[in-house]
Design a protein around this ligand. Structure first.
Ligand code: GLY
Length: 359
């Protein structure tokens, strides 16, 4: 057992797990958890593909005794602060009007609490604001102007989140959106059909989800994002919705998502993944089941390819309390990052439902 875990904490944790099992339905997974508690916990941090630095930071903190939620928030703060990541925090791609709006959620397993913010402007670390919603309000989700006022009241400094690089990507999208509007990309007097090629400008739903088990066997998670690029102002994806973009149950594990939030909002996959794990599925199996469920629930033709499969991607990341991890996406080619404390963070292939032709 780690030096950081006092014997008293260990006995308390073991007893708490036992109580959970007695209170709920005892499952194979729960028996394994008790066995694991007796041996000591195996820490793990999992994140989306952009989480190499986040998982490394979170594991470093966990190994020095940090709570899993503090660790994952410190990890994702690196990505929120990074102007080169256009899917999160500072430098995130803006809405259709050129304004960056951020969504984030946190869940703290040991206390069974959660907090979230949506459509938050001018604050580069929405994950920290989400944690304060959890700790310093009787609410779970604050949005828009109310979320901003709350952040200001707690001393968060406002910054312009739209970097020049992100503004230029947005301007390119805007200028190529339609040949019928008045925004023109660079052209010469010979050019015709100006601004027809908007489909070349990929719209991202990149995000970072990061979940961890700490040395006490406690589980927490965080999801933070600038959401769908060039969205309608006020659009909220799955990331700040507990049960959809993130879910944690300390007796079982945690799950979170990246990708097309609208699809995940309609299936609440993170809570489903945790429930599949409670029934004994491995994290990877549970993530694959969520992908399958989204695929079956998608019936609108505009969202299907010619073989009836979703024409978008969603990826899931899951851990259980025993320190097992897994990830899956609807389509092949997706990656996730992980750190088990035994070596540096690594980036691995997600399991998948459908294989893309080119990979
Ligand atoms: N999954 C992130 C979003 O759709 O906003």
């Amino acid at each position: 057992m780690s030096d950081h875990i006092k014997r008293r904490d260990f006995l308390k944790t073991t007893a708490a797990i036992g109580a959970t099992v007695v209170a709920g339905n005892a499952t194979v997974a729960s028996e394994q958890l008790i066995a694991q508690a007796k041996k000591g916990f195996k820490p793990v941090v999992i994140a989306s593909s952009n989480g190499l630095s986040a998982t490394a930071k979170a594991m470093e903190l966990i190994q020095s005794g940090s709570d899993a939620l503090d660790a994952v928030i410190a990890g994702v703060n690196i990505v929120e602060d990074d102007p080169a990541d256009h899917s999160v925090g500072l430098g995130g791609l803006p809405n259709e009007q050129g304004v960056v709006e951020l969504d984030a959620s946190v869940m703290h397993g040991p206390t069974g609490r959660g907090g979230a913010v949506a459509s938050l402007r001018n604050i580069k670390n929405p994950s920290k604001v989400a944690k304060l919603v959890m700790e310093r309000t009787d609410h779970v989700l604050l949005v828009g102007e109310g979320a901003l006022q709350f952040a200001r009241a707690h001393g968060f400094r406002e910054v312009d989140l739209l970097t020049d690089e992100a503004r230029e990507i947005w301007m390119k999208w805007k200028e190529h959106l339609s040949p019928q509007d008045d925004w023109l990309p660079p052209h010469d007097i010979e050019s015709k059909d100006i601004g027809e090629s908007w489909k070349e400008f990929f719209r991202t739903t990149g995000t970072i989800n990061c979940n961890a088990v700490d040395l006490r066997g406690n589980v927490s998670g965080c999801t933070t994002t600038s959401g769908l690029s060039f969205k309608i102002p006020g659009r909220v994806g799955d990331s700040p919705i507990l049960g959809a973009g993130l879910y944690v149950d300390n007796a079982v594990g945690a799950a979170g998502s990246t990708g097309r939030g609208e699809a995940n909002l309609l299936s609440c996959s993170s809570v489903m993944i945790v429930e599949y794990m409670r029934q004994g599925k491995s994290p990877e199996e549970a993530c694959l089941m969520a992908c399958q469920r989204i695929s079956e629930q998608t019936r609108m033709k505009r969202l299907l390819d010619d073989r009836g499969r979703p024409n978008f991607n969603v990826s899931f990341y899951a851990i259980n309390r025993m320190g097992e991890y897994g990830s899956a996406a609807i389509w092949s080619g997706a990656k996730f990052t992980v750190n088990t404390g035994e070596q540096e963070s690594s980036r691995l292939d997600c399991a998948y439902l459908y294989k893309k032709e080119n990979n």
